[in-house]
Design a protein around this ligand. Sequence first.
Ligand SMILES: CC(C)=CCC/C(C)=C/CC/C(C)=C/CC/C(C)=C/CC/C(C)=C/CC/C(C)=C/CC/C(C)=C/COP(=O)(O)OP(=O)(O)O
Ligand code: 1GP
Ligand code: MG
Length: 230
Amino acid sequence: MYDVREWRHVFKLDPNKEISDEALDRLCESGTDAIIIGGTDGITLDNVLNLMARVRRYTVPCILEVSTIDSVSPGFDLYFIPTVLNSRDTKWITGLHHEAVKEYGELMDWDEFLIQGYCVLNKDCKVAELTNAQTELSEEDIAAYALMAEKMFHLPIFYLEYSGAYGEPSIVKAAKSQLSKTILFYGGGIETVEQAEEMANYADVIVVGNIIYTDISAALRTVEIKKSYR
Ligand SMILES: CC(C)=CCC/C(C)=C/CC/C(C)=C/CC/C(C)=C/CC/C(C)=C/CC/C(C)=C/CC/C(C)=C/COP(=O)(O)OP(=O)(O)O
Ligand SMILES: O=P(O)(O)OC[C@@H](O)CO
Ligand SMILES: [Mg+2]
């Protein structure tokens, strides 16, 4: 089975963006711990299946981060289900999940599904807009969400999401200080190995996304953090 606890670094690929075979080969062979397939807009069953089939040529674990029910398909190693803890709209906390479980709950192999408690912090990112997230939060507010993720909801993953912007290391440190069992993911704006190292000082797993599409060599260099933390 795939032990997310062992991970340090993952790449997140957006099915709504083009990637060449050569770039995909370099990512999948880079030594990263997993490839997550996910995004917020333009996600269809077609583009998810297409990307999954291409990643499946490699041995790297391939995870679907579910953002729409229509794009879920068998064939992934694991499924991540986001719940946006700081959304102002219950639809993104439990609403869509309730509908999905009502319809498919009996069919699901629950061991394959890990729930991610998201705290979205970049007010300008698409996921903040989509979910109407309350991003004006103090360090204490964010630490409390981390504590809730672990102690109230027993979530396996707490995800500090700054998608598109580099976040505040002190916030990541504050969140980490609340967690002993729940795994801390950090994602947002990582473009250099120095930034990757800085966030990996506190987060258990760092997520590298957008830079893949603008500077593949820089994206690949972030995997170097794995050498210093093994
Ligand atoms: C295996 C199998 C076939 C099972 C069938 C059963 C089945 C269908 C089970 C589903 C179970 C279930 C509970 C599903 C949940 C349904 C659902 C739609 C939940 C809502 C998820 C949610 C809160 C989505 C909001 C958006 C979000 C948090 C997306 C995560 C990805 C993310 C933040 C990407 C970053 O965005 P990006 O697009 O990169 O942004 P930029 O362009 O700005 O970079
Ligand atoms: O795309 P970036 O900004 O690297 O963020 C990664 C990931 O957290 C997005 O969901
Ligand atoms: Mg992105």
